[in-house]
Design a protein around this ligand. Structure first.
Ligand code: ADP
Ligand code: ASP
Ligand code: MG
Length: 594
């Protein structure tokens, strides 16, 4: 006998019949001896309908009233669900977010959960009732209703599971589980049996709409086992757990964001502190930034590009203009006809061939890559939006993710599970959090054994990145970070880091190619340091980049390269600044120095 949280998404409660089927599942679990908490979303497209209705009434509805309106969708569902449970012969109680006591901050439409009081739910459970909770909503300190952001019922579910120390959180939805990519876009996508929190966190944060990424932050922090299951059958679905499948393929899954936008600030002064100003402005507006690429400065001028969700573009442009005003130099450009494709997999941590394989597949499909960024378990590329679906399907085939006999897949070198010590540090930090959704930063690390190679004036056409990284992979050189950007003058520039012992070999491999590309320039820095900050929710908490850049700028450290992910943030600095940078980050994130 245990405690199970069962969450039902909109499609799974769209009709009376489906509500009764969902109720029957909860009743069966109750009769099997479990305590059951259901979390229910608004029916079908209800939330979309309410948003449309509001837009007909007002061009700019007050955020408070918008949350008041949207929360009604879930309230309708829980009442109907409680009736269905009663109909099936068990007792149930429906509760809104404020009746439960889901305390959030006051950021309407994207509120974060602070605390959840478990008492009221527990006393209902003790009296034998099924608790039916409204997903997606909470209440702020002043008693205003808040919502957690679109898709936020998943987050309510894992948060309640965490607060109640549930044995499992089951997410019932309209697909068989988590697939290798969105099965609605790529029909060959395959269901994944098991994946790790980190993989799901990256996939969700990079566009896999099946789970709200903040829900996986809760799962990881509080170690909640999550199972994504179909609501239309008894199939076992996908398990999301601390560690994925041991014999996992190099790439576990792909994600697509069709509506990404790109912002470039050019003509910026090339000195420490510039990134800090840019990130401060973006963070003030809580804009999630991805794919940050700096081009190495020419003639004292630097250029930085990043991507944001298209919905945040207007805010990002205002922020960028504010930064330029403060810096007294520069101009802003943006582009919207772009899409982001990401490959995620713990198996790629230490494998040089994944990047080159992805770039070759794209080039064979005639797709030009406009930007590249990596972190240890993902590679993201920015491509023309009109080619997005085609490119996604090609990469899916390229990695043989459609192959159902998974034994034929190349197996990755999964890194050993994080040390017990690290897991304890994380658990200890989580135990001390003032608010459940607060950022967790567990470690800052310095790698003093890296070198950087940069190639400027690369030809901007399909196949160039593929040629480059294939040459490196064939020479068996492990590449760590990759960033590539096409500057506004149409010049592509790529930087990569390799271990210092490999740099000469890598230069030889690259030199030959570069000499064939008209105008391309190869340079390198033998001694660079890489700093890594590890945690949970590093990208979704939009202030992390700002804190990091401010700390480095105050320590007069110039950032040469950067990569971001939900669990790791890495920057490259010159070797003589490594120790200094480490100290400033340790202090900025209040980390212990043991
Ligand atoms: P719910 O209403 O149950 O929360 P969602 O629409 O939010 O359901 O999520 C399920 C949908 O997510 C699927 O119908 C599918 O189209 C989409 N999706 C995107 N990426 C994936 C993926 N990698 N695996 C499974 N489904 C995905
Ligand atoms: N009803 C909300 C939405 O449509 C929350 C959810 O379904 O998860 O976004
Ligand atoms: Mg959903």
């Amino acid at each position: 006998m245990g405690l199970i949280v069962q969450k039902f998404g909109g499609t799974s409660v769209a009709s009376a019949e489906k509500i009764l089927a969902a109720a029957a599942r909860a009743v069966a679990a109750r009769r099997a001896g479990h305590d059951v908490v259901m979390v229910v979303s608004a029916r079908g497209k209800k939330t979309d309908e309410l948003i449309r209705l509001a837009a007909e009434v007002s061009e700019d509805p007050p955020a408070r009233e918008m949350d008041m309106l949207l929360s009604t969708g879930e309230q309708e569902s829980v009442a109907l669900m409680a009736m269905a449970v009663h109909e099936l012969g068990e007792t149930a109680v429906s509760l809104t977010g404020w009746q439960i006591g889901i305390a959030t901050d006051s950021l309407h439409s994207k509120a974060r959960i602070r605390q959840i009081s478990a008492e009221r739910m527990r006393s209902h459970l003790d009296e034998g009732r099924i608790v039916i909770a409204c997903g997606f909503q909470g209440v702020d300190d002043d008693g205003n209703i808040t919502t957690l952001g679109r898709g936020g019922s998943d987050t309510t579910a894992t948060a309640l599971a965490a607060a109640l120390a549930a044995d499992e959180c089951q997410i019932y939805t309209d697909v068989e589980g988590v697939f290798t990519t969105d099965p609605r876009i790529v029909s060959d996508a395959r269901k994944i049996e098991t994946l790790s929190y980190d993989e799901m966190l990256e996939l969700a944060s990079l566009g896999a709409g099946v789970m709200h990424s903040r829900s996986i932050e809760f799962a990881k922090k509080f170690r909640v086992p999550v199972r994504v299951r179909p609501s239309f059958s008894d199939a076992p679905g996908t398990l999301i757990a601390p560690h994925g499948d041991e014999a996992a393929p190099l790439v576990t899954g792909l994600a697509l964001v069709r509506t990404e936008a790109r912002v470039t600030l050019c003509g910026l002064p090339d000195r420490p502190g510039v990134m800090s100003v840019v990130f401060e402005k973006l963070s003030e507006r809580k804009i999630p930034v991805d794919m940050v690429v700096q081009n190495v400065g020419t003639a004292g001028k630097a250029e930085v590009s990043f991507t944001v969700p298209e919905d945040d573009l207007a805010g990002a442009l205002t922020a960028a203009k504010g930064a330029i005003d403060d810096l007294g130099a520069g101009s802003v450009r943006s582009g919207t006809n772009v899409a982001k494709i990401s490959a995620v997999g713990e198996g790629m941590r230490s494998h040089s061939g994944v990047a080159s394989q992805m770039f070759r597949t794209l080039s064979d499909a005639g797709v030009n890559i406009e930007m590249i960024t990596t972190s240890d378990i993902k590679i993201s590329v920015l491509v023309d939006r009109d080619m997005a679906e085609e490119a996604l399907a090609a990469v899916h085939r390229g990695f043989r993710l459609d192959d159902r006999s998974s034994r034929s897949l190349p197996v990755g070198h999964r890194q050993p599970a994080p040390s017990k010590n690290m897991a304890m540090v994380e658990a200890e930090i989580v135990g001390r959090l003032a608010n459940m959704e607060d950022l967790v930063v567990s470690e800052a690390d310095l790698d003093e054994q890296q070198s950087r190679i940069t190639i400027r004036h690369l030809p901007d056409r399909p196949g160039v990145s593929a040629d480059l990284f294939e040459a490196v992979a064939e020479g068996d050189v492990m590449v760590d970070m990759i960033v590539q950007n096409v500057s506004h003058q149409g010049n592509a520039e790529v930087s990569l880091t390799v271990s210092r012992q490999d740099v000469d070999r890598c230069l030889l491999l690259v030199q030959e190619l570069v000499s064939q590309w008209d105008g391309a320039e190869l340079s390198h820095d033998r001694a660079i340091d890489k700093l890594t900050v590890t945690g949970i929710g590093l990208r979704s908490h939009t202030g992390v980049g700002e804190t990091m850049f401010r700390a480095l700028s105050e320590a007069d450290v110039n950032v040469q390269m950067i990569n971001t992910s939900e669990v790791r943030l890495a920057v490259v600095v010159s070797a003589d600044q490594g120790q200094n940078a480490l100290q400033s980050l340790t202090a900025a994130f209040a980390l212990s120095t043991e």
